[in-house]
Design a protein around this ligand. Structure first.
Ligand code: ATP
Length: 237
């Protein structure tokens, strides 16, 4: 579905991605783990056209998207839940969800999707007329995920959905990620510092260090890899 082939992405003279290659098949949950500053967010932003790579190629459903504008990439079915959520604080929950569907014209389907989201997150249904900025951190993360789902993405990019949330809420969010993948057949590319949880929901994982992919494997194998446990799962073996 998505093929990232040897991309190099720069901020001015700083080479943040030094030849990154990743492949994602339809229906998978793929996670990208790595330390602070490894280049995880830059990888997501390169895919969605916000910081396009200087060289290398990205293809989605066999179509090159390397230098496509972000809104065109969204219209092809790639949608991002950004780090730090970035919901619209002064718009209500419903208005935030409407914003997620702004490229769509199928009104009755939009209504159905909103009902599905309110089933997925009953708390958002309760708070549908409340301004986004008054929600708790966990609820804002639910809203950010829901807003992205309103675009009916084929591929959902998620940047650190667990950031700053209490453990119980994080558990709920990860259960929802699994549900979106299985019930909705949405392919998910998940960037996470919480490697333990990410590898528990993912099918496969990539490990990134200093702008390079240093390892990729089935998630279960990464979870039981001693080097990975030591470096990313906070265990001293
Ligand atoms: P984190 O988990 O902290 O978000 P990350 O793995 O997502 O880290 P990136 O944010 O992609 O890492 O950063 C990769 C590298 O690019 C880092 O060295 C970072 O300092 C640098 N970088 C990121 N954004 C910019 C920017 N706007 N201008 C200059 N350098 C940047």
């Amino acid at each position: 579905m998505l093929k990232v082939a040897d991309i190099h992405t720069f901020y001015g003279n700083i080479e943040a991605l030094k030849g990154v290659s990743i492949e994602i098949s339809e229906g998978e949950i793929i996670t990208l783990i790595g330390a602070n500053g490894a280049g995880k967010s830059t990888t997501l932003m390169s895919i969605c056209g916000i910081t396009p790579p200087r060289s290398g190629e990205i293809t989605f459903m066999d179509q090159p998207i390397t230098n496509m504008k972000p809104d065109k990439i969204v219209s092809l079915g790639i949608c991002q839940v950004p780090e730090g959520r970035r919901i619209f604080p002064y718009l209500t929950v419903t208005e935030n969800l409407d914003m997620g569907a702004f490229l769509r014209k199928d009104k009755s389907e939009i209504k159905k999707d909103m009902e599905y989201i309110f089933e997925l997150f009953p708390i958002l249904a309760e708070r549908r007329h409340q301004a986004g900025g008054t929600l708790s951190g966990g609820e804002q993360q639910m809203l950010a995920i829901s807003r992205a789902l309103m675009a009916r993405p084929r591929l959902l990019l998620m940047d650190e959905p667990s950031l700053g949330l209490a453990p119980l809420i994080v558990k709920q969010i990860f259960e929802i990620i699994k549900k979106i993948n299985t019930e909705n057949n949405t392919t998910i590319f998940l960037v996470e510092q919480n490697a333990n949880l990410a590898l528990q929901v993912a099918h496969r994982g990539y490990v990134m260090e200093n702008g390079r992919i240093v390892l990729s494997d089935e998630a279960g194998r990464l979870l039981s890899n001693e080097d990975i446990r030591k470096a990313y799962l906070g265990e001293s073996i």
